[in-house]
Ligand binder design. Structure first.
Ligand SMILES: Nc1ncnc2c1ncn2[C@@H]1O[C@H](COP(=O)(O)OP(=O)(O)OP(=O)(O)O)[C@@H](O)[C@H]1O
Length: 285
């Protein structure tokens, strides 16, 4: 059934991210940590772009630059051809066209799920207050959370809270959803339910997704493309096209094609993790 709240274009046209020759050096006058080194990526509108790579390689640094939390040192980042940051403005402005879903959750504990979801449109005065709440309830219902819309985050499971966070992000109709290991602490079964719920929401919105993870199966199950990043400083080592048919469900996980893609990603990440480990050993010596 077509969504009443979120409507996806047949072919997504919004949310293209161009990362062009971006370099990020933290503390350029002092310790000089080069986190990203002339990194380029072209993410298509509506792409589910999964970012994997060794710990500390610079994945979050790129996300922070897109979101406008940190400046870049060189290069430029564009959204739909419009510069977000570049030589003249190294720090992108923070705006509701790019919404970050944080690792540890960020629902207001003193508001119900419906109030949390309605909060953004209410602050922006997008619709009258009652309509904001009504739309929030409808959106929660579409995500299978209709019966907990009046509960507080502390009264629902962590999985439900995470789903509500995504609903809260999507109600603002962002062009890009930025997720930094949102399901890291979850057990495998809950994670699987989260994945299917996220894909269902994605099918209804076709928002561009930039998703950081260490879990290669998660990357391949969800992604259109998996970007394997090098050890720090971060660049793209390999792009793996995930040509598994959609919609995907748990049966995808047992297919031979899925297994081969995991193997391909694992080999690329392992090589980089080994380099990171050896570099660490050299620094310790
Ligand atoms: N504010 C900062 N000042 C100095 N160095 C920083 C700062 N933030 C991050 N770094 C360094 O930049 C590098 C990249 O960090 P980043 O958090 O982007 O990596 P990551 O790939 O997201 O790591 P993880 O997978 O562990 O979350 C790391 O070496 C980190 O220590």
């Amino acid at each position: 059934m077509q969504s009443q709240i979120f409507s996806a274009p047949t072919v997504p046209t919004k949310g293209a991210i161009s990362i062009r020759d971006v370099t990020k050096i933290y503390d350029p006058d002092g310790a000089q940590v080069m986190a990203v080194d002339h990194c380029s990526m072209e993410i298509a509108p509506g792409e589910v772009c999964m970012i994997v790579g060794p710990s500390g390689c610079g994945k979050t640094t790129l996300l922070n630059a897109i979101a406008g939390f940190h400046s870049i040192t060189e290069g430029e980042i564009l959204l739909d051809g419009v510069p977000l940051c570049g030589p003249k403005h190294p720090l992108a402005s923070q705006a509701s066209d790019r919404i970050v879903v944080f690792q540890n959750g960020a629902l207001f504990p003193w508001k119900t799920l419906a109030e949390n979801v309605a909060y953004g449109p209410m602050v922006q005065r997008r619709w009258p207050k009652a309509e904001c709440i009504e739309r929030a309830r409808a959106a929660l219902k579409e995500a299978g959370l209709g019966n907990v819309a009046d509960k507080y985050p502390g009264e629902v499971s962590s999985g439900m809270a995470r789903r509500a966070e995504i609903v809260r992000a999507l109600i603002n109709e962002p062009k890009v959803l930025l997720l930094d290991e949102p399901y890291r602490a979850m057990d495998a079964l809950t994670k699987q339910i989260m994945h299917e719920a996220l894909l269902e929401m994605y099918d209804r919105t076709k928002v561009t997704i930039y998703f950081i993870t260490h879990d290669l199966e998660e990357a391949i199950f969800l992604g259109d493309k998996v970007y394997v990043m090098t050890t720090r400083p971060c660049r793209v080592k390999k792009v793996i096209d995930i040509d598994l048919p959609r919609p995907r469900d748990y049966t995808t996980l047992t297919s031979e094609a899925f297994r081969l893609l995991v193997k391909e990603a694992d080999e690329a990440v392992h090589e980089e993790a080994l380099k990171a480990f050896q570099a660490g050993e050299r620094e310790m010596a």
